[in-house]
Design a protein around this ligand. Structure first.
Ligand code: ADP
Ligand code: ZN
Ligand code: ZN
Length: 702
């Protein structure tokens, strides 16, 4: 009889779409723990793998000839096994978002782990900072703020609730302070507890990281670690290991941190939970916010979703009538009883189409400068002119590789495609007819900056100095550190007027801003994307929240939010006037309910890509019939829509199409996807000329 050995089933990342593999089998002489990292060979290349099952055997598994059963190359014993809870999270993600567990695990683990050996891991651990102190947090000057009664009752409600809470607090209501106290309470109660705090983009909130470090500095140097894409591979691995081995107590991270291995996780906070960047846009497209809720549920620990403008999904989930939903906790007042800024709506129909800055707004800005305040101007378009146009022959500056215009940038006098990055010299005459009258249509941040510099050249501040302007957009913060240094410069008052794209509207705690203006927000009102109004409302509320934050402002002027629009009667602005998120949300939800849009239906998109225009769409046309047949035999109602090119049909030379499936039951939709995979996935794999295909579950836009 053959001597016994062990068969480890291992998740490895195989190139996408070789099927949703369960894993591969390898032999090993000893039993391996579930969750153990190993190195295994596929073909002749070594891969990092995760053991998800291990059984003793005397022969190779059925269907696999004994000589083909390879051995595990190396067991990475220097990294303790991942928990079964972590494996379940990976498995759930793979299943729900229709990817292989190996691919999800590869995304979740630090890249450097793939090249690490036991020796390198040991060395790394020895260089580590001393272990975090398990002592409870010491009183810290910043922790001695007295909570307002509203904050106090929000904190009590959070502590008392074991499930998911939606902390809905006005901008400046002190939500951060409330969840920091909650974290403190959790850490004090359990000297080994770990807390995960997720934020949309760490770069945009450097203040938060500093605040968390200061608040919890008594826990020791490695107690607070960050996990985000700005880290070097070595830093990311170090921080990941600190979390995995329980040394780190607070993990502050962006969307991928939802997969951090946290053996003593006791609380998850998702700040700005509505932010679209929690949804991964490529590879395994997942919603980190939704997975955070899943993870909390799985562990039976509280999850706090915080926002001034929650996603309509979370708002709907926290409606009083939903018994199994989230607990909604409101904090409507701002700190220091500061009122929300007044809304001033300027009807731009009264001016010529070319007007970018109304006289009234110009005067209002001047008044702020005279009062030694700062001004924030929001324009969500970078560059100089969004499109060039020839009136003689109607030529427009289309990107040859994308369904989009190339944008004129004046800094280098080139046309830039913001989607594929293509840059070409800006033509001086029409490339099509040779005409000399090429016009720039619309205005971007560069042009507004130029115009403002011109208009403000004669202005003086109360101290006699000239007025300074600063522009902040993806072009000015390209280099590492520029974003932080520019934000700091504005905080310190080195500029009086800051003009920028949405990055200037995020959660910054500017103290001297009295006026915020959105110069041209209309694009979000009538977009083909049904989520555009929701995003615009959130952006404008956030932007408004940057005004009048300091309770001790010396200025006698009331804080104001200005909107320049051609649609002054739009319901979005009516609700914005009263900072009435709830009213807006109820209106939008009602509209979505009546026409059957999320969160009242669940969506799955099958997306295809091809070099030539036809294969992407034709492949979906062939799938359409299969989907219909499957949908008819499925339980519950499913709607299969006709395939269409994506709204940006071409991107970087690749043609893209999509097929949308909808159901009012998540369960039916999941059952459908499972059945589709079993029956139809193979047929798509045989399509000629198809570059890629993938499901996008709960897509962020359709
Ligand atoms: P939010 O996150 O809700 O927009 P923040 O947490 O940034 O609000 O708080 C707004 C401001 O109020 C911050 O400067 C914060 O330090 C301050 N703050 C919060 N809570 C208190 C409090 N209880 N007493 C005094 N100041 C507070
Ligand atoms: Zn022309
Ligand atoms: Zn392009």
């Amino acid at each position: 009889m053959a001597s016994p050995f062990f068969i480890a089933e291992v998740w490895v990342h195989l190139p996408a779409h070789r099927g949703l593999n369960r894993g591969l089998c390898y032999r090993h002489d000893q039993a391996l723990n579930v969750g153990q990292l190993v190195r295994v060979e596929i073909g002749s290349t070594a891969h990092l793998g995760v053991v998800f099952a291990c059984t003793s055997a005397t022969s190779a598994p059925e269907g696999l000839p004994a000589h083909e059963l390879k051995s595990v190359d190396e067991v990475l014993w220097a990294c303790p096994p991942l928990s079964t809870e972590w494996l379940t999270l990976i498995e759930f993600t793979a299943q729900y978002y229709r990817r292989s567990p190996g691919e999800v695990a590869a995304m979740a683990l630090p890249t450097l782990l793939k090249q690490s050996t036991n020796a390198s891991l040991e060395k790394r651990k020895q260089r580590r900072k001393p272990k975090a102190s398990s002592a409870a947090t010491e009183p810290n000057p910043s922790a001695t703020k007295t909570l307002s009664p509203e904050q106090q009752s929000a904190l009590q409600a959070l502590i008392a609730h074991a499930g998911t809470s939606l902390l809905h607090g006005a901008t400046g209501s002190g939500k951060t302070e409330v969840y920091l106290r909650h974290i403190q309470q959790v850490l004090e109660q359990d000297p080994e507890a770990q807390v995960l705090v997720m934020v949309p983009e760490i770069n945009l909130t450097p203040q938060l990281e500093q605040q968390v470090r200061e608040r919890f500095h008594a826990l020791g140097p490695s107690a607070v670690v960050s996990l985000h894409s700005g880290l070097t591979p070595a830093q990311r691995l170090n921080h990941w290991l600190d979390a995995h081995e329980g040394l780190a107590r607070i993990i502050l991270g962006t969307r991928l941190s939802v997969f951090a291995s946290l053996p003593r996780l006791k609380l998850i906070v998702v700040d700005e939970e509505h932010d679209p960047s929690f949804k991964q846009g490529d590879g395994p497209r997942h919603s980190a916010r939704d997975l955070a809720v899943f993870r909390g549920h799985q562990l039976g620990i509280p999850v706090v979703l915080a926002s001034a403008t929650p996603s309509l999904e979370s708002w709907n989930n926290s409606a009083a009538e939903r018994k199994s939903g989230y607990l909604r906790i409101g904090m409507p007042s701002r700190q220091g009883h500061q009122p929300m800024p007044e809304l001033v709506v300027v009807d731009m129909n009264r001016f010529s189409r070319k007007t970018s800055l109304s006289k009234a707004l110009e005067h209002a800005i001047k008044a702020r400068i005279d009062a030694s305040e700062q001004v924030l101007l929001l324009l969500n378009r970078r560059g100089y002119s969004p499109v060039l146009y020839c009136p003689d022959c109607q030529w427009t500056s289309d990107c040859p590789h994308c369904s989009a215009h190339q944008v004129l940038h004046k800094m280098d006098h080139r046309l830039h495609c913001h989607h594929c990055g293509l840059q070409t010299p800006a033509p001086r005459t029409c490339p099509s007819c040779g005409g000399h009258q090429i016009l720039g249509l619309g205005q971007g941040t560069e042009q507004i900056e130029e115009e403002l510099i011109h208009r403000m050249s004669e202005w003086r501040k109360p101290n006699g100095e000239p007025v300074t302007l600063m522009r902040m957009d993806a072009d000015t913060v390209r280099l590492k550190g520029q974003l932080t240094s520019q934000l700091n410069a504005f905080h310190q008052g080195h500029a009086d007027v800051l003009i920028g794209t949405q990055m200037v509207a995020k959660g910054h705690d500017f103290r001297r801003v009295g006026l915020v203006a959105a110069l041209n927000p209309d694009g979000g009102l009538f977009s083909s994307d049904f989520r555009a109004p929701e995003r615009l409302f959130a952006l404008l509320m956030q932007a408004a929240g940057r005004a009048g934050r300091d309770p001790n402002r010396p200025s006698a002027l009331p804080a104001q939010m200005w909107i320049q629009t051609h649609h002054p009667e739009h319901h979005l602005f009516r609700h914005l006037r009263h900072s009435d998120y709830a009213g807006f949300a109820e209106d939008e939800l009602e509209a979505r309910r009546s026409i059957g849009l999320p969160p009242f239906v669940h969506q799955a998109l099958l997306r295809t890509e091809s070099r030539k225009p036809e294969p992407a769409l034709e492949a979906l046309n062939r799938q359409h019939q299969r989907c219909e047949t499957l949908a008819q035999s499925a339980q519950g109602a499913l709607t299969v829509h006709h395939p269409v090119p994506m709204s940006m049909g071409k991107l970087a030379g690749v043609h893209r199409a999509q097929l949308l499936i909808e159901s009012n039951s998540r369960k039916s939709l999941q059952a459908f996807l499972q059945a589709w995979d079993e029956q139809a996935a193979a047929s798509l794999r045989q399509e000629k000329g198809l570059l890629r295909w993938a499901w996008d579950i709960d897509p962020a836009s359709i």
